[in-house]
Design a protein. Structure first.
Length: 151
C-alpha cells in the first residue's frame, strides 16, 4: 500500500480533479491513501514544522518505509523511481510519502525518513506537487507493468 501524507488542503478545483483522476488510475495497480494534516499557519517556522511533524507522525506505523520529499534529496529518473517502489514493496508492506508544508518538513520527520527524494531543485506549490507525485507514482506502475504511457 502507498500512503501520501501532506500538510494542508488543496483548494483549487482543477488540482482536486487531477488528484482524483490519478488516485483512480493508481488504484488499478495498488491501494493508495491520501492523508491531509492541518497546516499550522503563521507562527514561528520551527514551531510550525514541529507541530506539523507531530500531526504527520500520528499516521505513520513503525513498519512503514518512509520517503520524504526534500529539495536536497536524491533525484531519480522515472525508471529508477519505478524500481525503487517495486523493490521497496518486496520487503515493506507500506510506502509512506511525506510532503511538508510551506515551511518544509520537521527535523523529527527527516530523522525517521528511510529515503530522501527530490524531484527538482525548484520549489513547487505544495498543492501542485501532490498532483506531480501522483502522476509519477502512476507512471512508475505503468513502467513496472510494461505498459505504454511513460515515454
Amino acid at each position: 500500500m502507498i500512503k501520501i501524507i501532506t500538510v494542508g488542503q488543496v483548494k483549487e478545483k482543477y488540482l482536486k480533479d487531477g488528484i482524483e483522476e490519478y488516485l483512480k488510475r493508481i488504484r488499478k495497480f495498488t491501494n493508495i491513501e491520501l492523508i491531509e494534516v492541518k497546516d499550522e499557519g503563521l507562527v514561528e517556522i520551527e514551531k510550525a514544522k514541529d507541530i506539523e511533524g507531530e500531526r504527520i507522525k500520528k499516521h505513520i506505523n513503525p513498519k512503514d518505509y518512509i520517503i520524504t520529499l526534500e529539495i536536497d534529496g536524491k533525484m531519480l529518473t522515472s525508471e529508477e523511481f519505478s524500481t525503487k517502489i517495486d523493490k521497496t514493496l518486496i520487503d515493506n508492506s507500506n510506502i509512506v510519502f511525506i510532503i511538508g508544508g510551506s515551511y518544509g518538513i520537521s527535523e523529527n520527520i527527516k530523522n525517521i525518513s528511510n529515503f530522501k527524494l527530490s524531484f527538482s531543485k525548484f520549489t513547487f506549490p505544495h498543492q501542485l506537487f501532490r498532483l506531480i507525485l501522483l502522476e509519477q507514482i502512476y507512471r512508475a506502475y505503468k513502467i513496472m507493468n510494461n505498459e505504454s504511457y511513460h515515454k
